[in-house]
Design a protein around this ligand. Structure first.
Ligand SMILES: *Cc1c(COP(=O)(O)O)cnc(C)c1O
Length: 362
């Protein structure tokens, strides 16, 4: 081991390569979308909501700052869970809250996927699933979407299968399986099926109703997209109470802080505000998709707050040109597929700016 020679000049080129678990050493680690700081740009790359959160969120935060920060938060998020349960018409013991839905997905993976176990998910889809499986030293079974974004149930079946993830609506495509199709997949599995509804607030349908008939379904929700709260980090899952009881043992004791829980509760209580921002985003989304098609792109019929554009101008070059003009979209590359641009639905002014820049590109 190398030693320090002068204070302040500690050479710590460590033996970490030898210490770290081999499966961690082999990983590349998840790379989140770029979060440019400062400056003026149009940010359409990580599917944030362009509108501010409900005014009730601010009031709840002020109250929490004043009264609650001295104390630990409720480790089992009782008030938040009661609100979410009432909204969805389920029992509070069917809800588990997490530090963003990514934390919820981590908790699920840690509970169900052990070393050498198989977890399956479609591709192209949310890239975090593979990272979560790698962290467990599990094995990923990747199921390709067809060209029209459909899946075959049988493609998921694998020896040693312990968990299936399905982003529905899917990212980057924005397409969704119907609840009937998801039910068919759930029925065919002898393991939990995570229906990741991070974009459920923008979709035509959701899979919450399957919980009554399919006890292996776990629905996850996020506050980052529909509720404009990506900055506070809060998500939750709805599942059979027996599943939730096991997952409760896996989560960190205080995985949600008092501010996030208060913000989330207030946001859920303002469904009228959600409906209002949602309808603005859906209208802008259709306008964006139509404009992209007019410009020669294939844009999927999206049920998320983003549009997946392929087949127009070369994606890599366009991404770069947009970035040079302070318009950030997400360039996505998946093995075996041509690269595409995933463009978040911003305000009308932001989308006008994007389209103006796109039309003016050399
Ligand atoms: C954004 C996103 C998440 C993560 O949401 P957080 O609540 O911000 O952690 C999960 N799944 C999908 C498919 C997403 O796009």
């Amino acid at each position: 081991m190398k030693t320090a020679n002068e204070p302040g000049k500690v050479d710590r080129t460590p033996d970490v390569d030898r210490w770290v678990l081999p499966h961690i050493a082999r990983m590349e680690g998840y790379v989140p979308g770029e979060q440019p700081q400062g400056g003026t740009f149009v940010k359409l790359n990580t599917n944030e909501n362009p509108y501010p959160p409900s005014p009730r969120v601010k009031a709840a935060l002020v109250e929490t700052v004043t009264d609650r920060l001295r104390l630990y938060p409720d480790p089992i998020a009782r008030e938040f869970r009661a609100t979410a349960a009432a909204l969805h018409g389920v029992e509070p013991d069917m809800i588990l809250a997490g530090n963003g839905s990514d934390d919820v997905l981590t908790i699920i993976t840690r509970a169900f996927v052990g070393r050498g176990d198989v977890a399956a998910y479609p591709t192209p889809s949310y890239l975090l699933y593979s990272t979560l499986v790698d962290l467990q030293d599990g094995r990923s079974h990747v199921v390709p979407f067809s060209d029209d974004w459909r899946l075959k149930v049988d493609d998921f079946h694998q020896p040693g299968l312990k968990l299936v993830y399905l982003a529905n609506p899917n990212s980057p495509s924005g397409t969704a399986l119907t609840p009937v199709e998801v039910a068919e997949l759930a029925e065919s599995l002898d393991c939990p099926l995570v229906v990741d509804e991070a974009y459920g607030d923008f979709a035509r349908e959701n899979c919450l109703s399957l919980l009554k008939t399919h006890p292996n379904v776990i629905v996850t929700r996020s506050f980052s997209k529909g509720y404009s709260l990506a900055g506070v980090r809060l998500g939750y899952l709805v599942a059979d109470a027996g599943i939730v009881a096991q997952l409760n043992k896996v989560k960190d004791s205080y995985n949600c802080d008092a501010l996030s829980l208060a913000a989330g509760k207030a946001a859920l209580e303002d469904q009228a505000y959600l409906a209002e921002t949602r309808s603005k985003i859906l209208a802008t989304r259709e306008r964006l998709a139509t404009a992209l098609r007019t410009l020669g792109w294939d844009a999927t019929d999206s049920q998320g707050n983003f549009v997946w554009a392929t087949g127009g101008r070369p994606a890599v070059e366009t991404f770069q040109q947009l970035k040079e003009r302070n318009v950030f979209v997400r360039l996505m590359r998946y093995e075996g597929c041509p690269p595409g641009l995933r463009i978040s639905v911003g305000t009308d002014a932001e989308i006008d700016r994007l389209l103006e820049v796109l039309r003016g590109l050399p």
